[in-house]
Design a protein around this ligand. Structure first.
Ligand SMILES: O=P(O)(O)OP(=O)(O)OP(=O)(O)OC[C@H]1O[C@@H](n2cnc3c(O)ncnc32)[C@H](O)[C@@H]1O
Ligand SMILES: [Mg+2]
Length: 203
C-alpha cells in the first residue's frame, strides 16, 4: 500500500485522515510517527498560508511529498474568531475543553438565530522541487449552548452540523466524513492525487 505523510501532530486529525485515505489505497503516517520533528510555527495570517508553511517545511525536512491541514472554526458573532487561532483559543496548552468553554461563554447572550459558524480546512500538498497544491473545504453549522456527543475532537461537541441535524460529536466517523470541511477539501484533492503522488514515495 502507498504511504502518504500528513504533517500534523493532532490525534483527531490523524484518525480522520487514516480513515479517509484507507479506501483510496493509502496508508497514512503523521508527525506522531516522527516524534523528533518539532512543531512548525504557524506564522501565517490565513489557513492557506499556514497549511502551505507546514507542508513545505516538513516536505523539505523529509525530502518527500507531504500533505498538511490547517483548519479551524469561524463564528459570525465573533467576527470570524477563533479562526486560525482555534487550537490555542484559550491558551498555549491547546485544551479542547477550555477552548469550547471560552466560546460558550462568549456566546452566552447571543440569540439562537445569530449563532452561525463554519469549519474551514485548507489542505496543502508540497513536494520538494514542485509547486505546492492547495484546496479547501467548509462545513456550515450553529454553535450550541452546551456540549453534545463524544465522537470527534476539538469543537465538535458544540458545533451543530446543519446538513445532519446533529452535533458534530454525535456523528459517527463515517457520518462526519460525509459532510466535514476536511472531507470536502480532500474530495477536491482526490482527482489530483495520482499525479501528485507520482514519484512522491520514499527515496
Ligand atoms: O497544526 P497541527 O499539528 O495539524 O494540529 P493543530 O491542532 O494545531 O491544528 P491547527 O493548527 O490546524 O488547528 C486546528 C484546530 O481547529 C479545531 N478543528 C479543526 N478541525 C476540527 C474538526 O474537524 N472538529 C473540531 N474542531 C476542529 C481544533 O480545535 C484544532 O485544534
Ligand atoms: Mg497547529
Amino acid at each position: 500500500m502507498s504511504e502518504v505523510i500528513i504533517a500534523t501532530k493532532n490525534q483527531g486529525k490523524a484518525k480522520e485522515f487514516t480513515r479517509m485515505f484507507q479506501p483510496l489505497g493509502f496508508e497514512v503516517k503523521t508527525l506522531l510517527d516522527f516524534p523528533e520533528i518539532k512543531d512548525v510555527e504557524e506564522t501565517g495570517t490565513t489557513f492557506e498560508e499556514n497549511a502551505i508553511l507546514k507542508a513545505e517545511t516538513i516536505a523539505r525536512l523529509l525530502d518527500r511529498m507531504v500533505i498538511a491541514d490547517d483548519s479551524g472554526l469561524a463564528i459570525d458573532a465573533l467576527e470570524g474568531r477563533p479562526g486560525i487561532y482555534s487550537a490555542r483559543y484559550a491558551g498555549e496548552e491547546k485544551s479542547d475543553e477550555a477552548n469550547m468553554n471560552k466560546v460558550l461563554e462568549e456566546l452566552t447572550d447571543v440569540p439562537d438565530n445569530e449563532r452561525k459558524a463554519r469549519f474551514f480546512c485548507a489542505l496543502a500538498v508540497a513536494s520538494p522541487g514542485k509547486e505546492t497544491f492547495i484546496v479547501s473545504g467548509t462545513c456550515e453549522g450553529l454553535i450550541l449552548r452546551e456540549k453534545r456527543g463524544s465522537y470527534g475532537f476539538g469543537y465538535d461537541p458544540i458545533f451543530f452540523a446543519i446538513e445532519k441535524g446533529k452535533a458534530m460529536a454525535e456523528l459517527t466517523p463515517e457520518e462526519k466524513a460525509q459532510i466535514s470541511h476536511r472531507a470536502n477539501a480532500l474530495r477536491k484533492l482526490e482527482s489530483e492525487l495520482p499525479s501528485l503522488l507520482a514519484g512522491a514515495g520514499k527515496k
